[in-house]
Design a protein. Structure first.
Ligand code: LMR
Length: 393
């Protein structure tokens, strides 16, 4: 049997983790996978998470199953965190899912069950796993232009132009904030224009929000999504707590579905529960319970928000300092866009050969499309890094 198996194509982000680990140069630099690091290069357990874990350890009475949709206090907390009061709660249903990826997978499967012929339109480029999962599920994929290589900003006219070819019932996948991999984001006014287009053409928006709180702030990062949610009849949302709660390995995500009315929401909810049952039964409880404890305890919540804001500010400063260092090293304003981008990533606009040279000559690891994880930058070595970049361009 196994002689029939072929090696799957590697995910380029996960591949980078292995290549970095195998490099024994002491001064190697990991700008690959999107994991927050502090000034000491550590990925901390957030203070509120530690406190909530203590509460959980002391108070948990059972490890029995919770429910197919997971912990409903967590699902409600995620609905409020992402949507605020944009939509009447009766129109929203949700399920706890293993990480943002788990939520994306379950939502894609829900789309397939509801409308197998629908094309899911993803940005070009997008997080590579979007396309990989869609391909794996045998779903139709459309791509819309998104990134303007020349300005390193959004090609909004191209985006609208490509989406105008979408058919009624197709799904448009948008990044809620902090676009991965480019770091270039649409403005609130542009969210409004995309909403007009979605309504005019009868499309269904899906929003992947994995970095809420890493861009312009917890509330600000949802503004576009919430604007859209107030206007459209249906919407699909995949949310993640990997980054903003630092719960990466605990796999904490949520699928949220906005339906036309309560009756349709009840059917979507039953489908989410059914899909969980088919794919893994019960979602893992620990991390979601931790999030629920934090969100329902005003002091813990305030501390979580404060620490998240410290992380956001640290990445913002790194962005500006890197843009300044690159201006000095390259004697040009070519990289000024880094200060304008938001979130964990920016795409530097280097060729695959230049990325490879950085890896070979300087032990600097970034994804082949020249995406860097801002949080991985060395706070004390930005000039050295900028000089290395300047030497390959
Ligand atoms: C990333 O893009 O680096 C993160 O979302 C981690 C992942 O799973 O790819």
């Amino acid at each position: 049997m196994f002689e029939n198996l072929k090696k799957p194509a590697p995910d380029k982000i996960i591949e980078m983790i292995g290549l970095f680990a195998a490099d024994d140069r002491a001064d190697k630099l990991d700008l690959g996978v999107g994991v927050y690091k502090d000034a000491d290069g550590k990925t901390p357990v957030m203070r509120a998470v530690k406190a909530a874990e203590k509460i959980l350890l002391e108070n948990q009475q059972s490890k029995s199953y919770v429910g197919l949709l997971g912990d409903l206090s967590y699902v409600d907390a995620m609905r409020d965190l992402v949507l605020g009061d944009a939509v009447a709660p009766g129109r929203v249903c949700g399920a706890q899912e293993p990480g943002g990826t788990g939520a994306i997978r379950q939502i894609f499967e829900l789309i397939k069950a509801a409308n197998a012929g629908a094309t899911v339109w993803i940005s070009d480029p997008s997080w590579p796993n979007h396309e990989a999962i869609l391909k794996y599920l045998g779903m139709n994929i459309g791509k819309y232009r998104y990134f303007d290589e020349a300005s390193c900003g959004v090609d909004f006219e191209g985006m609208k132009g490509d989406l105008s070819a979408a058919q009624a019932g197709d799904v448009v996948l948008l990044h809620g904030c902090c676009h991965n991999p480019t770091g270039a984001n649409i403005t609130l006014a542009q969210w409004g224009e995309i909403t007009d287009l979605v309504l005019a053409k009868g499309l269904v928006p899906m929003v992947d929000i994995a970095y809420q709180g890493f861009g312009d702030g917890l509330e600000e990062d949802t503004k576009g999504l919430r604007h859209m949610a107030t206007r459209v009849p249906e919407m699909l949302i995949a949310a993640s707590c990997s980054k903003n709660f630092g719960l990466y390995r605990d796999r904490v995500g949520a699928a949220l579905i906005i339906s036309k009315d309560g009756a349709e929401a009840a059917v979507s909810k039953a489908n989410l529960a059914g899909l969980n049952r088919l794919n893994f039964s019960f979602p893992p409880d620990h991390g979601a319970k931790v999030v629920s404890i934090i969100m329902n305890d005003p002091a813990l919540r305030a501390d979580w928000e404060a620490e998240l804001e410290e992380m956001r500010q640290s990445m913002l400063s790194l962005r500006q300092e890197l843009a300044d260092a690159l201006r000095r090293a390259s004697n040009s304003d070519r990289f000024d866009f880094i200060g304008e981008h938001r979130g964990m990533f920016s795409r530097l606009g280097l060729s695959p050969e230049q990325v490879l040279k950085l890896r070979k000559d300087y032990a600097i690891y970034m994804v082949g499309d020249s995406r860097i994880s801002i949080a991985g930058l060395p706070h004390a070595g930005l000039d050295k890094f900028a000089k290395a970049i300047a030497s390959v361009i």
